[in-house]
Design a protein around this ligand. Structure first.
Ligand code: SF4
Ligand code: SF4
Length: 463
């Protein structure tokens, strides 16, 4: 193994200039499953804001109105604990899957990989050809062939980037307003137009030029994944025991004792981050399995067993263990925390109501007043939240019935997602008080069959 690989960034030369990666494409057993996952994720992303579930946009992140719709379920700013649980669950699931399966996310589901490897790179291959043809095209002077190919590649890529950018806007602005905006002149809707252009520019930069640098230089997940993994996590790796000492096929034919690696270098040439998997686990490896597929194709040709580069644990690849230990403290702890978060989320979702109300005491320095007719009055506030997607009307009542309830707004109307407070006055005969207190209930009814009650303590003279 080369010893200086950890000090070297493969995509930067000694002068600090970018070394462009012309990764070769070699299909193999992971190509179809990865493609299926990637195109399914793309489909979900591209379809969700345009479909209707339960009368609502599939997914709508309406930040301006603090309203969020996920698969027909609507959440408001008051439901921020759901957002918190979603974010924490996402973090724990990333920890859990990384501890078990290494950078599975990077190689199979990260938008960077999905869009680059399954949308923009195939377009590039289709127009500019194989890695060697692409390298030649970039090195040759500008001529008609180069201009046409580059223009075609960038035009088709820009079209797909426009679809991705427009879909992103539909998630935030909402598809109906967006359709209205894009059917009109851009100057009439300068902000969404500028956002679309900015997103397309960002994608041109990322998928057209910056590419693997994002994973190797910028991505925070790549930085902390080594803390989440251990030597029993499943990674894409090279079987050092089987492969070394590496040597050309001829060497073994000449009677030399060599490992299974024929030192063809194909695993390096297919790597989108330009690294050599045979150097061991590296921060730059996005676990894309391209080297595993490439090596399998070589093993097939030279008649040796496949899987010299494969999914396995570091311990097994280095010959330190023969078994895989999936049940380990780290994934168990992450798994338990993830289960707690998901169960809490499911429970809160199952008991969630379309409205919420809360009775608060009015003036704390004057908890009651004595009316001219001798009765006592308590001043309270009722705060109501309408979490539904339509306007709702609420009415209040009090138990027992001989307590008089006075409220200025009957019924109390709220539009969708509104939170508002209204005062109420509870007037009663002081004879019901015991030591200056009496327990009563404030009831609310309205919305779509919503009803609830809250016990309160009425206060008065007598202590
Ligand atoms: S080393 Fe292999 S798995 Fe890792 S990024 Fe390169 S090709 Fe993909
Ligand atoms: S593709 Fe396989 S055989 Fe060829 S250099 Fe890589 S590990 Fe060795």
């Amino acid at each position: 193994m080369s010893g200086d690989f950890r000090e070297t960034l493969y995509t930067v030369d000694a002068q600090g200039r970018r070394k462009w990666v012309y990764s070769e494409f070699v299909p193999g057993r992971f190509t179809i499953p990865r493609g299926l996952v990637a195109y399914s994720l793309m489909l979900i992303y591209l379809v969700m804001p345009w479909i209707t579930i339960g009368g609502k946009q599939g997914v709508h992140l309406d930040i301006f109105n603090r309203r969020f719709v996920f698969f027909g379920a609507e959440f408001w700013a008051t439901d921020s604990y759901f957002l918190f649980l979603i974010l924490v669950s996402m973090a724990f699931s990333l920890f859990f899957f990384t501890a078990l399966f290494g950078r599975l996310w990077c190689g199979w589901a990260c938008p960077e990989t999905v869009f680059l490897e399954f949308m923009f790179r195939p377009i590039e291959r289709l127009i500019e050809g194989s890695a060697a043809q692409r390298r030649r095209l970039d090195q040759q002077p500008w001529n008609l062939e180069k201009i046409v190919k580059k223009l075609l590649k960038h035009s088709i890529s820009a079209f797909f980037a426009w679809i991705i950018a427009t879909t992103a806007l539909a998630y935030f602005i909402g598809r109906d307003p967006l359709i209205e905006m894009i059917s009109d002149w851009p100057y009439k809707n300068p902000v969404p137009f500028a956002m679309t252009v900015a997103m397309m520019g960002l994608m041109a930069f990322q998928f057209g030029w910056f590419r693997e640098q994002f994973c190797t230089v910028l991505c925070p997940y790549a930085r902390f994944q080594s803390v989440l993994m251990d030597s029993n996590s499943i990674v894409v790796g090279y079987d050092v025991v089987r492969g070394e000492p590496r040597g050309k096929v001829r060497k073994r034919e000449d009677g030399e004792s060599t490992g299974d690696c024929v030192d063809c270098g194909l695993c390096v040439r297919v790597c989108p981050t330009g690294i050599d998997i045979r150097n061991g686990l590296q921060l730059e490896c996005v676990a894309c399995t391209a080297c595993a597929d490439a090596c399998d194709s070589i093993m097939e040709k030279v008649g040796r067993p496949k899987g010299l580069v494969r999914y396995d644990t570091e311990d097994r690849l280095l010959g330190r263990s023969l078994t895989r230990k999936l049940l380990r403290p780290r994934p168990i702890v992450y798994g338990v925390l993830l289960t707690i978060c998901l169960s809490t989320f499911a429970y809160l979702l199952s008991v969630r109501q379309e409205s919420e109300f809360q009775v608060l005491r009015g003036a704390l320095d004057e908890p009651f007043t004595v009316l001219d007719d001798g009765r006592v009055s308590n001043h309270l506030h009722v705060r109501v939240t309408n979490k539904s997607s339509s306007p709702a009307e609420y009415t209040f009542s009090v138990t027992p019935k001989d307590i008089e309830l006075i409220t200025p707004l009957v019924p109390f109307s709220l539009h969708a997602g509104q939170i508002s407070t209204t005062p109420i006055f509870l007037n009663f005969d002081p004879k019901i008080l015991v030591d200056g207190k009496y327990t009563a209930e404030v009831n609310i009814a309205g919305g779509a069959g919503y009803s609830d009650k809250q016990t309160i303590t009425l206060l008065g003279p007598g202590k």
